[in-house]
Ligand binder design. Structure first.
Ligand SMILES: *Cc1c(COP(=O)(O)O)cnc(C)c1O
Length: 427
């Protein structure tokens, strides 16, 4: 496979950007080699700068649930942008996207659009603190919530810890407001509430954690969180930036019928444009500026071009059987790969249209510390072999893959045989 053009572009990019990229995982550091520079995408396929073609399961890390350059999204964007790209004043497109979401989602009554998942989470945390007048927040080891200062915290030793910052530049005083506990561990959550009675503003969780492998929590654990939050007047935040509009139109809240206090969205909501959002009951949302005292604003928030992309994409998601079709295809892919995996080196887990390749013999993995870091060297080999065979995944063994509406049965069959060929490299 010739990738010289990508390599040249990467050399240039290193002069411009730290590590040659504008978001760290793109640099291919965990799989080694040079990142591929992508020239174009259509449907389930992408082409790199050297003209190599791949079936894409990264899908821009989740947003492209209809695949690349979907005609309905492109037409909507084209039509909108010809009338101007931003006004910093309200447009009716914001109403339309909000109406589409709120009238089909009983878990939130009001919404605020922002420009990224990180921004949505950051605002939701501020809202929870403003509403409860408490400072501490509780998060889980193995959940990612964007690069919000107070959430770049990893567990220390012990069950309930203040942990350590996972990034330079985060003050210790911030870290001291963040309690970190392991996933899928009721005792740890109970202990945190005993230790910090009446101090915890919110629990934030990815209800289907999908940024550090796919760490399935199940309904019962989430129901437990709902109960303990209610009992302690703590808000429950579902960070559905990755699972929202993915695990069904109403995300995990809808899938399990659990009512969180605040939900954050991103990725799919913007149809491939930078949009995030957070929503809650009318009462909680009334605390947001200009109605309430919690300040939050954005020059490009509710951007009309992005809104029209979101409307076009979410309209497709509401077509009957959209999600069951995605799930059926994903199951076909996952079962197909698991079947041709004679040495049981790894297995694919999936939920809805998210899948993850885990190098494990375990039947389930629901906790970050169950992931074997050494196994990532296998992923590295598998990753490059799959590229050679025309399959593009997110370049890290901790990342999940996504099946889109655009993936065809032929794509899935081709992917299964690409795994079969690549597996020979692993053995
Ligand atoms: C992607 C993601 C974020 C961050 O969103 P950005 O748009 O990258 O800022 C936050 N939370 C979850 C669960 C995510 O998957």
């Amino acid at each position: 496979m010739n990738t010289t053009r990508s390599a040249e572009l990467f050399e240039k990019a290193k002069n411009y950007f730290p590590g040659g990229v504008n978001s760290p995982v793109r640099a291919f550091r965990s799989v080694g080699g040079n990142p591929l520079f992508i020239e174009k995408g259509k449907g389930s396929h992408i082409w790199d700068a050297d003209g190599n073609e791949y079936i894409d399961y990264c899908c821009s890390w989740g947003p492209l649930i209809l695949g690349h350059a979907n005609d309905k999204v492109l037409n909507a964007v084209d039509k909108t942008m010809r009338n101007g790209t931003s006004f910093g004043a309200p447009t009716k497109l914001e109403n339309e996207l909000a109406d589409l979401i709120l009238s089909n989602n009983k878990f939130i009554q009001k919404i605020r659009f922002v420009s990224s998942g990180t921004e949505a989470v950051m605002s939701a945390i501020r809202l929870a603190r403003g509403f409860t007048k408490r400072n501490k927040i509780l998060k889980f080891e193995g959940c990612y919530h964007g690069h919000v200062d107070s959430l770049l915290v990893k567990a220390g030793s012990g069950l309930v810890t203040f942990g350590n910052s996972s990034s330079a530049g985060v003050p210790e005083s911030f870290v001291n407001e963040t309690i970190t506990v392991p996933l899928h561990n009721k005792e740890a959550v109970k202990e945190a509430f005993e230790k910090f009675k009446n101090e915890i503003a919110c629990i934030i969780i990815e209800p289907v954690p999908a940024n550090n492998g796919l760490l399935l929590q199940g309904k019962e654990f989430l129901e437990f969180l709902r109960e303990i939050c209610s009992a302690n007047k703590t808000l429950l935040i579902f960070d559905e930036v990755i699972s929202g509009f993915r695990m069904g139109f109403c995300g995990v809240a809808g899938m399990y019928n659990i009512q969180p206090d605040i939900i954050t969205y991103g990725k799919i909501i913007g149809g491939g444009f930078p949009v995030g959002a957070y929503g809650a009951s009318k009462e909680i949302m009334s605390n947001i500026s200009p109605e309430g005292a919690v300040y939050q604003a954005g020059t490009l928030s509710g951007n009309p071009v992005a809104m029209s992309a979101g409307i076009a994409q979410l309209t497709e998601c509401l077509v009957p059987n959209f999600y069951t079709d995605l799930e059926t295809k994903t199951k076909y892919l996952v079962d197909g790969i698991n079947k041709i995996n004679p040495f049981k080196l790894f297995k694919l887990f999936h939920l809805g249209s998210i899948f993850w390749i885990a190098f494990t013999e375990k039947e389930t993995i629901n906790n970050a510390d169950e992931i074997d870091a050494d196994s990532m060297s296998y992923f590295k080999t598998l990753y490059h072999a799959l590229l050679e065979n025309g399959v593009y995944l997110g370049p890290s063994g901790y990342e999940v893959g996504f099946v889109s509406q655009a993936h065809t049965m032929a794509d899935l069959d081709k992917t299964i045989s690409a795994f079969e060929t690549s597996l020979k490299k692993l053995v």
